[in-house]
Design a binder for this molecule. Structure first.
Ligand code: 6R9
Length: 658
């Protein structure tokens, strides 16, 4: 980040002219097609959110919609509600009773369908299991499972009895699991013997044993193990008195458990987000406001209808999996496709084979996946009939305009609206996004704040930046699904999100610019912004200029120290399959960026790489690339998906320099 004495505005250099207005036929049938919704929500946001809250089943109505004692908000104060009752019981009174809630496909190709009635039954039984093990309202439960229906069953069962869950992504190590269990002081750990990934078994139970080894997690009383990967139970070592098979516990569990009446502000879950360094932050979400906003956004942003087959490819270990695989879609009565494995197993067309097989209508995935598909080539989607698709979504990182266009054309057949949705673990639900029946989209822009959300772009002093300029993305008003605090560390909550602008607004940590139409363009994390010869340049814009070249699939850009300019631009580039990574091509790319954004953005170094270092949720880790480019020892690599990628890049970068 720039120091106050230097130029502080983030430059806005990339100009995107393409505009895609909504198809009138789509608008006619859209869940939201009245443009007045924005104004109405702006003039009375509390009334807007209260209307959405009323669409849920409340055990007791609220007294006050919102109280705001900065930086702490409460929503639907005095109300009582149960999340599992809204995701399940509510639908049993309607024709959704026998509708598929979850269509599951395992990586090996096994399939299961759970109707809403089936899911309700399984959640009741598993809630009974938790009760039998002594889990009471308020006790924490850690869930460490693959992407199988039991993950949703376990989460919903926790909400049924009022036990906040902490889901830990199945790709995290034993150390990460231990740290999260101990921070949340969980009483029970739910896992499986393993899960399937690229044809191998990920040994989850073994990781749990390592995490708990030698009494390292004293709060854990019981471990529940689902049998996913073996036919022979005896292959999984079980510690007597501590470990129990899921299916055995079901035998003695009550079959019906009444939903616990939860106060709107009772904790719903904790989800740890690692950030780039330091101890993971336990993001705390509460009940009524969270459910209201995930439900509203699912209906409005994805235009979800009863007949849709909805597929969000995120793992339940991330917030996207919480809000848009489980809680939002099930509250809305959707049919959710859930897939366990990798997109390239057994072949690079697995996603498209699934879209064809199940007639997927709505697909929500991440730019990292889209750029991998671009790299692999169009022959994989082209093999399949994907005409069932009617809406596409993107989340997780800024989507480069060319990746947006590729998604729109090659996956959406040019006919599906693309919703680029900006939000965070902390925000709980979508915050900036097009409404597909109302808002014309521009490739690379998340467009406008969702109705009822007040976002702004401000400068270093917190003043609104005029249209065309860049700055810091902030939120000016509390929203129902906002984090309430960091678990056990309110001081850190205040410091991380509220101290930057003296408590005046929530600071998201992202850079953004707003164009003349009021559209928001996300520029990446502000810690990544480069300072080149006095100009603050966003990594996102230079990356997008690189991806704009027809032979480039993905790029990561960083600033490295430079004697004269302050920082020089170094680019790590992945080319599409079949393109030669030659010095001539590197020269061509430098020229390409220079033409597109101006000479100031011309990269000094280009290094070709088949892979870029990413977090396990697929976000590019530029911090490590900076370490490489500056010849430093690599910083913390524990959150990387594949640590080999950086070490080999480091070797190559150094040999190129020498
Ligand atoms: C939902 C999720 C949050 C960070 C966020 C931003 C980046 C997410 C984005 C996006 C640009 C989008 N991000 N969606 N940037 N455009 N549509 O990803 O949560 O894992 O907490 O990450 O991801 O930098 O601040 P989380």
């Amino acid at each position: 980040m720039a120091s106050p004495t230097e130029s502080t505005a983030i430059e806005a250099l990339l100009h995107e002219e393409r505009v895609f207005p909504p198809d009138p036929a789509f608008t006619r049938n859209a869940n939201v097609n009245d443009p007045g919704v924005y104004e109405r929500a702006q003039s009375d946001p509390e009334a807007f959110w209260a209307d959405w809250a009323r669409q849920l089943d409340w055990i007791k109505p609220w007294d006050t919609v919102c109280t705001w004692d900065p930086p702490h908000a409460q929503w639907f104060v005095g109300g009582q509600i149960n999340v599992s009752a809204n995701c399940l019981d509510r639908h049993l009174k309607t024709a959704r009773r026998n509708k598929a809630a979850i269509i599951f496909e395992g990586e090996p190709g096994d399939t299961r369908v759970l109707t809403y009635h089936d899911l309700w039954r399984e959640v009741n039984r598993f809630a009974g299991v938790l009760k039998n093990l002594g889990v009471n309202k308020g006790d924490r439960v850690t869930i460490y499972l693959p992407m199988i229906p039991e993950a949703a069953v376990a989460m919903l069962a926790c909400t049924r009895i009022g036990a906040p869950h902490s889901v830990v992504f199945g790709g995290f190590s034993a150390d990460s699991l231990r740290e999260r269990i101990n921070d949340s002081q969980s009483k029970v750990l739910i896992t499986s013997d393993g899960g399937f990934r690229r044809g191998n078994v990920v040994p989850l139970k073994a990781a749990c044993d390592a995490a708990l080894d030698g009494g390292a997690c004293p709060s854990i009383e019981s471990v529940i193990v689902f049998n996913r990967t073996t036919t022979d139970e005896s292959q999984t070592p079980m510690q007597a008195g501590r470990d129990h098979w899921w299916h055995r516990l079901l035998e003695d569990a009550p079959r019906l458990v009444e939903p616990e009446p939860m106060d709107s502000e009772d904790p719903l879950y904790i989800l740890y987000t690692s950030g780039s360094t330091g101890k993971p932050k336990g993001i705390l979400h509460t009940t009524g406001g969270y459910l209201t906003q995930v439900h509203a956004t699912t209906k409005c942003v994805f235009d979800l209808k009863d007949e849709d087959v909805y597929w969000c490819t995120a793992d339940v270990g991330w917030v996207t999996g919480h809000s848009y695989v489980v809680y939002g879609p099930l509250a809305a009565g959707a049919t959710v496709l859930m897939y366990e494995g990798a997109p390239d197993f057994p072949a690079r067309d697995r996603f498209w084979a699934l879209v064809e097989k199940y007639g997927v209508t709505i697909l929500y995935t991440a730019p990292t996946a889209i750029r991998a598909f671009m790299k692999w080539g169009t022959e994989h989607p082209d093999k399949h009939d994907m005409t069932s698709l009617r809406l596409l979504g993107s989340v997780g990182e800024p989507i480069n305009p060319e990746a947006w266009m590729w998604y729109h054309e090659h996956i959406g057949g040019g006919r599906c609206p693309v919703v680029d949705t900006w939000w965070q673990t902390e925000t709980g639900a979508i915050m900036i996004t097009p409404l597909p029946g109302l808002v014309a989209t521009k490739p690379g822009s998340a467009t406008r704040p969702f109705p009822g959300i007040e976002a702004d772009v401000v400068d270093e002093q917190g003043n609104s930046v005029p249209p065309g300029g860049g700055g810091f993305l902030v939120l000016r008003r509390p929203w129902p699904s906002m984090l309430r605090t960091l678990w056990g560390d309110d001081a850190r909550y205040r410091q991380v999100y509220w101290s930057r602008f003296d408590g005046r607004f929530y600071f998201a940590g992202d850079g953004a610019k707003r164009d003349e139409d009021g559209y928001f363009w996300l520029l990446g994390r502000v810690d990544d912004v480069m300072l080149v010869a006095g100009h603050n340049i966003s990594t996102m814009e230079v990356e997008s200029a690189l991806v704009d070249h027809p032979s480039v699939a993905e790029a990561a850009v960083i600033g490295r120290t430079h004697e004269i300019k302050g920082q020089a631009i170094a680019a790590f580039v992945t080319v599409k399959d079949g393109t030669g990574a030659t010095p001539e091509f590197a020269a061509e790319l430098k020229e390409h960026v220079s033409k597109k954004l101006g000479a100031i953005c011309r990269p000094d170094d280009i290094l070709f790489s088949a892979e870029l270092p990413k977090t396990r949720s697929g976000k590019i880790m530029r911090r490590l690339l900076r370490d490489i480019a500056e010849g430093r020892a690599l910083g913390d690599t524990t959150t990387l998906a594949d640590p080999n990628v950086v070490s080999s890049l480091k070797d190559r970068y150094e040999s190129q320099e020498g």
